[in-house]
Ligand binder design. Sequence first.
Ligand code: ZN
Length: 202
Amino acid sequence: MVSLGRVAGMVEMRLKTCHASAICPSCGTSSRKVHSRYIRRLADLPWDGVPVLIRLQTRRFFCVEPGCRRKVFTEALPGTVARYGRRTCRSGEALRWLTLALGGRAGARLAERLGLLASRSTLLRELHHRRPAAPVRAPRVLGIDDWAWRKGHRYGTILCDLETRKVVDLLPDRDANTVAAWLQRKRRVWAVVGGCQSYVST
Ligand SMILES: [Zn+2]
């Protein structure tokens, strides 16, 4: 760690990567030749309810394999942060669990109380990474919420299996008719529970 401070109501950790080398993602060759450095800002898990922001100094490396088409690459931090992620993996995992348990709206409220830096749209976008590649069986208990495909733009509907805690499907809009058609396609009888956002098949 380089330094630790409190900035604008948040704990700010300044960190820098320290591995002597990095692996080129294209050819797998290890390189120690640093090209440049830049700062990534990452939301992390809160400390005692106080939001935590990591300012991480990351490096770009030259690929030293002459035949490789990638001349420069960014060092990867697997298990810590995704290549283009804006939050740590553990923070993203916490948000996904919150969203699956509570939905976007209530999940965002609890995330704020806990000190997790995330809007409702951010929570629902996190779930997008768990969208199933193949169709899954119709869930028995279904959670429904709307979410933004892009921040502030083009809202769709997200359907979650509240028992298996998995994303079942993403619908292209938030029209009630689209949801009704999806429910009818599953050929199950649905009963509304807990307000208008959860359904149980009978
Ligand atoms: Zn390479």
